[in-house]
Ligand binder design. Sequence first.
Ligand SMILES: [Zn+2]
Length: 337
Amino acid sequence: MTQRVCLESASLARRTKHGWGMRAGRQTTLRSSVTLSGIGVHSGVPAALTLQPADPDTGIVFVRIGGDGRANQELRADVRSVYATDFATVLGDRAGPLCATAEHILAALCGLGVDNATIEIDGPEVPILDGSAEPFVEAIDRAGVVYTARPRRYLKVLKPVRVANGRSVGELRPYEFGFRVETEIDFDHPLIGRQTFAIDLDATTFRQGVARARTFGFMSDVAKLWSAGYALGANFDNTLVLAEDRVLNPDGLRFPDEFVRHKALDAIGDLALAGAPLLAAYHSVCGGHKLNHAVLSALMADRSAWTMVEASDSRRVRGRADLATGYPAPAFGPATS
Ligand SMILES: [Zn+2]
């Protein structure tokens, strides 16, 4: 595999008059392997996760390692690999679930523009770590990102696709400048209320505006979640926990609107299951993993709504387009997201 060390290609693309240079339109992978360990937020079960380089056109592949140290399940992260969307995005196939809570690591890979990687995991759930994507960003930075010789291919949305379920509404629409995510939430809670957030995704905007936003949940939902087998690993080190009128975490919020930013993080991870970087804008109102997956599924099912384009065909693409990759649960409501 031909690889060239890449700089932060978001800034590279911004400096390029016509959007991106030839190199920036190439697929990326990791330079080396990196391992993270921790418990799952829902299962409470520990797991070690190792990110590894992969060949061009591999995409993001999850591999489950069994107790004997051997791979016993493997799947490519795309819309067909979504097994469940209850409070988290669970990937799996006919053999059963491979791993739960895939969205934050997928968001980090997508946000930093990693097209190809293998994710080995020896437990049932991706470690929640601090509840955000920042630990994954730091791990990817330690591994390094390199360009390959192969042109990047984008999934370009050609016409709006919309899914509504009660007050939850999600829509993907054409957007020629890269991948834009717009999230809106409205919780009947004094610290949240109505919040809106929008980001034109590239490595810099992802790092600065999204990666650090943490998973959140409501103390009033805990007993119900626990009895249903969810949030068993949640604690103040990995989840923002809200009482009726305040945040219970001693250190408070990282952003005043951390909640809606985390919704954007989840949407980026869930939509990474398109299997290729998107040329699209995504608008979500009161959404969650289930809505994200429903919109992506509706898009993929309508063959007239999207097409694949190579980097050399898309000179007007900017932003994340230089460094990117290529998505969800019944989480139409609050609870952990
Ligand atoms: Zn999340």
